[in-house]
Ligand binder design. Structure first.
Ligand SMILES: *Cc1c(COP(=O)(O)O)cnc(C)c1O
Length: 363
């Protein structure tokens, strides 16, 4: 057989990366991926089934995503020309990093600036494209370290700055005054405010779009009950959207994703809102329950998960929970201050009770 080593043609950065792999295995209760609990009514399910049954799979999807963009625009109070929809917000992150690749005077490679810890796809998408990644640690309250961020932006001249708020995995929103100061101090960078969890939070940053041309907002249906559809979107100024549309694959979003996401945004809004309200209630209940445990610090969360700081490395707690059939997200492999942290998705009341019992037991 003729030999060929793929490494000879591949980007060297790939050698330092691993493929994103969710924890494998069967668990009775999965509280590791920030998915929503089951909530759709029989009527809502019927609407989804009926809409899916009408799709003509012979035809390509709508390349212009007309109805979906209309529904997204209406919900956000912007024009469809301000919207670009993708295969999850993950795809918008990669499209942005594909096109925002200017080399600046002080940065030999196109550079991305973000925080740590934060959503891993920013780093992964950037490294796969050979971009340099600057990660500035969050402060001791998991908030933006404004001075360090400003200095990093000045030195690295990033094309894009990603700020997740509420942040994953820490659950908190960054302080608004710090976010505004960062946006104002980096007028030559696009600041992408990732609002994946905004439906569980008290406020949004939508109004920033009106005030700052260098702001874009990312949103997704994944955390509110439709992770399987893979639909996310970017909101930004028209001149940005029309350019990134050139890099979006014309048929990126399958017809069923477009149709069902449009239905979710238009017709299922009340059910989604009721679900997010009940998850927030459950989050507060769990927060109170874990706060009574002396070895646990439950950080304030504005997302659909808890961020728990423990008085010891969490590996044995993580494994003890698995023995009870419960999978949560542990960061012990990352070391440093993350070694003592667990991220726990808020599930159904029954799942949450099972978690609380198992957690007390393991501690
Ligand atoms: C889950 C998550 C996303 C990804 O969402 P998809 O739309 O499923 O690709 C984006 N940002 C953050 C911060 C997330 O936690």
């Amino acid at each position: 057989m003729q030999k060929f080593d793929p490494h000879t043609i591949l980007r060297p950065e790939l050698a330092e990366l691993s493929a994103y792999a969710p924890h494998a295995g069967q668990f009775e209760i999965r509280l590791d991926a920030n998915e929503a609990p089951p909530f759709l009514s029989a009527l809502a399910k019927k609407k989804l089934t009926d809409a899916a049954a009408k799709i003509d799979y012979r035809l390509y999807p709508d390349a212009a995503q007309r109805e979906l963009r209309q529904a997204i625009a209406k919900a956000a109070g912007v024009s469809p020309a301000n919207v670009c929809a993708g295969v999850g917000s993950d795809e918008l992150i990669s499209i942005l990093l594909t096109v925002a690749t200017r080399v600046k005077s002080r940065a030999p490679n196109p550079t991305l600036l973000t925080t740590t810890p934060t959503f891993v796809m920013y780093r992964l998408s950037a490294r796969v494209r050979g971009q340099r990644v600057m990660e500035v640690p969050l402060d001791e309250h998991w908030d933006l370290d404004l001075e360090a961020m400003k200095r990093a932006a000045e030195i690295a001249e990033p094309n894009v700055i990603f700020i997740a708020t509420p942040n994953n995995p820490t659950g908190n929103m960054v302080s608004k005054d710090r976010l505004l100061a960062l946006i104002e101090s980096a007028p030559n960078s696009l600041v992408v405010v990732d609002e994946a969890y905004i439906d569980y939070a008290e406020t949004t940053h939508l109004e920033l779009l009106k005030k700052y041309e260098n702001v874009a907002i990312l949103r997704t249906l994944s955390k509110v009950g439709f992770a399987g559809l893979r639909v996310g979107w970017l909101l930004g100024q028209k001149s940005l959207v029309s350019e990134i549309e050139k890099a979006r694959l014309p048929y990126n979003l399958p017809t069923h994703s477009q149709v069902l996401a449009t239905l979710a945004l238009n017709d299922l809004k009340d059910e989604i809102d009721a679900m997010t309200r009940s998850v927030v209630k459950e989050r507060e209940r769990m927060q109170t329950a874990v706060s009574s445990l002396s070895s646990v610090e439950a950080h304030p969360s504005q997302a659909n998960f808890l961020w728990l700081g423990m008085d010891r490395p969490v590996e044995s707690i993580f494994q003890g929970l698995m023995k009870h059939g419960i999978l949560v997200r542990s960061f012990h492999g990352r070391g440093g201050r993350l070694e003592r942290c667990l991220r726990v998705t808020v599930g159904t009341p029954e799942q949450n009770n099972r978690f609380l019992d198992a957690f007390r037991n393991v501690l």
